[in-house]
Design a protein around this ligand. Structure first.
Ligand code: PEP
Ligand code: MN
Length: 381
């Protein structure tokens, strides 16, 4: 149930509503918008007589939320919520589309620095790289762990870009949060409720990937765990779902972007790398994602995909990434948006950090080079 307060409601009136709700053992979430305050009441609202609330001073109206997800719903928050990540804004009413890029895993300081410099030069707004890797096989590279976090912090220092990295267990949330600007919950952990609760109790924004076999409703319920634990900064990430189709690693469900935007006020971004598993499919799907309204992209980039320790086959080479950034601009413009410039810079697309276009004239097309030889190492199986 949500209680929409009148525009000029006083603090005393807001607290009057909170008191009545707490007396009925309900959890209260107060959301203070520019125009009015909305008080969300979570729990068994049957304990409460809606009329008792409706006639309290300062109350404009009471709305019952019919969706199973409450705080994530547009009924609770009709306007889009912007989520700040470092100095970068995702979602909200703005027109910016930030691009997150970097290797699947942090492999070594040298390679992370090289790749970070290249993606920053091409206009990425946020760096990515996994220090803790959830791998399908226990024999695959599991990530560098804490030393990987130190390397990410150095990459942030080098480029000035915020960093996002995955956290795979509740015990590591504090550690990862001490280094990263945002925590990623991976597809395999979307149903890990202890982990969702833990990232909900800390202040860093969370990128919540869709479970590979989860419905949109289940995904939004996972977001609800984080929101109800107190963290309102959740960015949803569509990364493909399992279907009968075998020509791509997963099936990118772009309709989920439109569905989520109808149902929820949270930003939704798209990861075309894990969705397709193929570098040659990443760029067209990234363009399509921006065209259909995604609030951002997350793309894997590696400067030597053949020897990547994970997800080489789906990693764009840096030249192909720079090319993608340039091709995204007109698509974003066509739908009334623009690719977000990295924090502290005016434009995205590789215009300010050296000209990546030299690579285009090396004789091989960026798309061709982007394919990269297949590697046996993948995040998932
Ligand atoms: C990743 O981003 O490297 C990753 C493991 O993604 P997902 O959880 O979507 O498979
Ligand atoms: Mn990966």
């Amino acid at each position: 149930m949500i209680v929409v307060m009148r525009q000029n409601a006083t603090e005393d009136e807001i607290h009057g509503v909170i008191r009545v709700a707490e007396n009925a053992d309900l959890k209260v979430h107060v959301s203070r918008g520019e125009e009015r305050t909305v008080v969300g009441l979570i729990g068994d609202v049957r304990r409460l007589d809606a009329d008792t609330i409706a006639f309290l001073p300062g109350v404009e109206r009471v709305v019952r939320i019919l969706q199973p997800f409450k705080l994530a719903s547009r009924e609770f928050m009709p306007s889009r919520s912007p989520v700040p990540l470092g100095g970068v804004l995702f979602g909200g009413d703005g027109d910016e589309v930030p691009v997150i890029a970097g290797p699947c895993a942090v492999e070594s300081e040298e390679s992370m620095m090289r790749i970070a410099r290249l993606v920053a030069g091409a206009g990425a707004a946020v760096l990515r790289g996994g220090a803790f890797k959830p791998r399908t096989s226990p024999y695959s590279f599991q990530g560098l762990g804490e030393p990987g976090l130190h390397i990410l912090a150095k990459a942030r220092e080098l480029t000035g870009l915020p960093v996002v990295t995955e956290v795979v267990s509740p015990q590591d949330v504090e550690l990862v949060g001490a280094y990263a600007d945002a925590l990623q919950i991976g597809s395999r952990n979307m149903h890990n409720y202890a982990l969702l609760h833990e990232v909900g109790r800390q202040p860093k924004p969370v990128i919540l990937k869709r479970g590979m076999m989860s419905s949109v409703e289940e995904w939004l319920m996972a977001a609800e765990y984080i929101l109800s634990a107190g963290n309102t900064n959740v960015i949803l990430c569509e990364r493909g779902i399992r279907t009968f189709e075998t020509s791509t690693r997963n099936t990118l469900d772009l309709s989920a972007v439109a569905v989520v935007k109808k149902l929820s006020h949270l930003p939704v971004i798209v990861d075309p790398s894990h969705a397709t598993g193929r570098a040659d499919m990443v760029v067209p799907m990234a363009l399509a994602a921006v065209a259909c309204g995604a609030d951002g992209l997350m793309v894997e980039v590696h400067d030597d995909p053949a020897s990547a320790l994970s997800d080489g086959p789906q990693s764009l080479r840096p030249e192909a990434f720079a090319d993608m950034m340039r091709r995204l601009e007109p698509v974003a413009k066509a739908v009334g948006r623009r690719i977000a410039a990295p924090p502290g810079r005016k434009v995205a697309g590789g215009h300010e950090w050296g000209d990546q276009r030299d690579d285009e004239h090396s004789g091989q097309s960026p798309q061709k080079r982007a394919h990269g030889p297949a590697s046996a190492s993948e995040c998932a199986g």
